[in-house]
Design a protein around this ligand. Structure first.
Ligand code: NAP
Length: 246
């Protein structure tokens, strides 16, 4: 489905990004496994892809740094010839109720989740515009759609992702480039493992499908949006949340 395509997946060392990288590679794409600090984990993802007969390369870059993001995308383009798919998945949480939330906690989450996605979209747009093709998929969250107490910073970043997705879809549409977002619900990863059992239980009660999501649920949706099967879909935010956000 993605044979001959080059994909950059940010935050692909762990969790959802890792699964997205493995899935896109499984469909034939060459995958750039971006990470920030987890070098060994990113290299393990590359190893898994290579062992399975695919092509991948790990790339360290803090996406919240404008010039660092630029350097990553321009060097990938130089080495691999094109960038057909960008998945802006890198994200962090720094939860606190607003009375306790520090300015630093607010700024850091916006810097990584929202500005990081902007940085990569900005630099890949030039490349995709010249190619007259490309698919950008941004990781939002059900929290950005319905809100979540204790996550003013995170919800702002994820709602911002939805707005940026729509704006860029309108800017790039005439050149055949699609820009979409995926809004996962409650997915089993290191990000959610840290939550207390009683919180997990109460979240489960709000999910119509009555199960916690798996990274594969998200990765298959991203793969679809990265492919020509989704050629007429742009500016959308697809909830993959077991019905939690409706
Ligand atoms: P995770 O397990 O905590 O993994 C986060 C990934 O982001 C890691 O690969 C990490 O790299 C990378 N990262 C963090 N800061 C970065 C930076 N400045 N530059 C580059 N990479 C950076 O998270 P996850 O649960 O898989 O979540 C992935 C995405 O899905 C996030 O955007 C998250 O908000 C969204 N999401 C998750 C859920 C959920 O239930 N899990 C629900 C809705 C949305 P290092 O390992 O190198 O630090």
């Amino acid at each position: 489905m993605l044979k001959g395509k080059v994909a950059v997946v940010t935050g692909a060392s762990r969790g959802i990004g890792r699964e997205v990288a493995l899935t896109l590679a499984g469909y034939g794409a060459t995958v750039i496994v971006n990470y920030c600090g987890s070098k060994e984990k990113a290299e393990a993802v590359v190893e898994e892809i290579t062992q399975a007969g695919g092509k991948a390369k790990a790339y360290q870059a803090d996406v919240s740094e404008f010039d660092v993001a630029k350097e990553m995308l321009t060097s990938v383009k130089k080495e691999f010839g094109s960038i057909d798919i960008l998945v802006n998945n890198a994200g962090i949480t720094k939860d606190n109720l607003i009375l306790k939330m520090s300015e630093e906690e607010f700024d850091k989450v916006i810097e990584v989740n929202l500005k990081g996605a902007f940085n990569c979209m900005k630099h890949v747009s030039r490349i995709m515009l010249k190619q007259r093709s490309g698919h950008i998929i941004n990781m939002s969250s059900v929290s950005g759609v319905i809100g979540n107490a204790g996550q003013v910073n995170y919800c702002a970043s994820k709602a911002g992702i939805i707005g940026m997705t729509k704006a860029l879809a309108r800017e790039l549409g005439s050149r055949g480039i699609t820009v979409n977002a995926v809004a996962p619900g409650f997915i089993e990863t290191e990000m959610t493992d840290v939550l207390p059992e009683e919180v997990k239980e109460s979240i489960l009660n709000t999910i119509p499908l009555k199960r916690i999501g798996q990274t594969k649920d998200i990765a298959e949706t991203v793969a679809f949006l990265s492919s020509d099967k989704a050629a007429y879909i742009t500016g959308q935010t697809i909830g993959v949340d077991g019905g939690m956000g409706m």
